[in-house]
Design a protein. Structure first.
Length: 110
């Protein structure tokens, strides 16, 4: 005995139907419209937004030296009283050295 089930259902609607207000049955969808992707470096819960435009839209993290950028940024983000330039100097220097090395590689050691 075989049982056929539909995994996905494809629905087509017209532009007029799309532009109509949501029905009471679909009112839960209004909450989805209110969600906005944060533009800053932090999410509302305080976690780091690695896709922030301030981090080049995630390319700083995805870069070949991103594995060194993350700990540097996390260190600078910590809420302690030490100056970030002092407490995170080693992490930042490691990241900067990696960037410098990769840039030299790309230029053919010029």
């Amino acid at each position: 005995m075989s049982h056929a089930s539909v995994k996905d259902e494809i629905l087509f609607i017209s532009l007029e139907e799309h532009n109509q207000p949501l029905s009471a049955e679909c009112s839960w969808m209004r909450k989805l419209r209110k969600f906005k992707k944060p533009l800053g470096p932090k999410f509302p819960d305080g976690s780091i937004n690695w896709q922030c435009p301030c981090m080049a839209g995630g390319s700083l993290v995805a870069h070949r030296c991103g594995h060194l950028f993350r700990p540097s940024y996390i260190c600078m983000d910590r809420n302690d009283k030490l100056n970030a330039n002092i407490k995170c100097a080693d992490e930042f220097a490691d990241w900067a050295a990696c960037i410098r090395e990769k840039r030299t590689e790309n230029r053919g050691n010029k």
